[in-house]
Design a protein around this ligand. Sequence first.
Ligand SMILES: Cc1cc2nc3c(=O)[nH]c(=O)nc-3n(C[C@H](O)[C@H](O)[C@H](O)COP(=O)(O)OP(=O)(O)OC[C@H]3O[C@@H](n4cnc5c(N)ncnc54)[C@H](O)[C@@H]3O)c2cc1C
Length: 518
Amino acid sequence: MHSQQVTPEPPSNDRAEHDVRADVPGAAGSPASGADRPPLRFDVIIAGCGPTGATLAAELRLHDVRVLVLEKETEPASFVRIVGLHIRSLELMAMRGLLDRMLQHGRRRPAGGFFAAIPKPAPQSLDSAYAYLLGIPQPVIEQLLEEHAIALGAQVRRGRAVAGFEQDDDGVTVELADGERLRSRYLVGCDGARSTVRKLLGVGFPGEPARTETLMGEMEVGVPQEEIAAKTAGIRETPHRFWLRPFGGGIYSVVVPAAGVTDRAEPPTLEDFKRQLRAIAGTDFGVHSPRWMSRFGDATRLAERYRVGRVLLAGDAAHIHPPIGGQGLNLGVQDAFNLGWKLAAQIRGWAPETLLDTYQAERHPVAEDVLDNTRAQMELLSTEPGPRAVRRLLTELMDFDEVNRHLIEKITAIGVRYDFGEGPDLLGRRLPDIDVRQGHLYGLLHRGRGLLLDRTERLTAGGWSDRVDHLADPTADLDVPCVLLRPDGHVAWIGDDQQDLDDHLTRWFGKPADRAGL
Ligand SMILES: Cc1cc2nc3c(=O)[nH]c(=O)nc-3n(C[C@H](O)[C@H](O)[C@H](O)COP(=O)(O)OP(=O)(O)OC[C@H]3O[C@@H](n4cnc5c(N)ncnc54)[C@H](O)[C@@H]3O)c2cc1C
């Protein structure tokens, strides 16, 4: 054991070691004997520093949780495999003050045209201040998220793979590939589609295996647009999974089947693209100067459970699907925003008993819906006559604003509504970045706390002021008297009655400080 290598915890941590003993129903793994256990130096160990792990680390650090991220790779990934950040993720970045940095490294693109690549513009009045797609390479997103987490005090150790763990009533002992053992209160597997944590937990990952593999990339072409248009129009009539379409700035998005490109372990090369293009179109269109090239399958799977005792799953570790519509990274980042404050509350000792389990209750159905929409989109990309007829019909239907809006809200995740029980439509939805007296609402959410937004100016969240901010603002651009926002920006309560508010503050934020013994 090498636990003496553990670096000191961040000085901001202010909790006693004995601050919480959570219930761990169904805890898996055989308890290590107390004498055997390494010292408890971390509250949460996160396996994997991809976009999900880095986001979760930052969210936890907003609440002074001691976080260690263990990343198998020694260097950050350099391959690109993303179209961009969709509206809800951009809103979340704005909520934490990260959006300006992201904007410096990306390009704004229209929000429409992503559902099954059906080229319909987004409806004019999408209800968001960030109604665009931000085209930004995944390595850049990962770097910015990791830097943010580290700046907030998270420790990230690279070249350290999680190889095993066992959990008991008090925590989790994590074993690294090099034999080192570390201990934390919770472990979160953000370790991607082939998640070691998920496999060791024995959580089922049902779904469909990959049936087809596809190459996808962005590159320049060496022939005029008219020549491409003439060739590609004919090819769409033949049964190939193929497109070559302008993406702006002289760049083309290229999709070709991966059949015959055999080395799955290696990223595809420009020559692979050229060969596939020649096989389909008889010409490689002079493609050159690739911005990125990638390969994906259409495996679609969803973890049966997101939590077993003190071990949780998030991001691709919990769900995989084809990248059509560009939702995977976005979904993982949104998982992390949902989980972060709940896990922090559990560790800080103020979480209501069932709060942590709402993570699975809320996010599992969202992932189910994303998996379903990607299945539908893959069908709509087929060149078989039946799916092509359905595609033509859907293309017509998308001329109805409501249909187009519904699909865009699905892909961009601004249509997500969690089930918080009976109530107005806004209950359970995210609140857009409305105008408030101080400027924009999201500017008030950087610290990841709850917010009581009160137009009546007569309510109070006083007993919860260590967890919930209060903004009394009759000018707030709301058409209800008052809302209680969770740290992830979802509306947890709407009303104007103090007793009802207190009940909901207790439901989401636990007992008031004087009764919680905090
Ligand atoms: C071609 C392609 C295009 C895509 N386009 C988009 C898009 O436009 N939009 C979108 O939202 N998504 C897109 N995706 C999906 C997106 O890339 C993933 O959903 C996203 O990377 C998931 O993030 P994650 O952090 O959950 O997992 P990952 O990014 O897989 O990160 C997991 C991390 O865990 C590490 N790890 C693994 N095992 C261990 C271990 N045992 N111990 C420690 N660390 C470990 C890995 O090294 C890795 O760094 C695309 C995917 C592909 C293939």
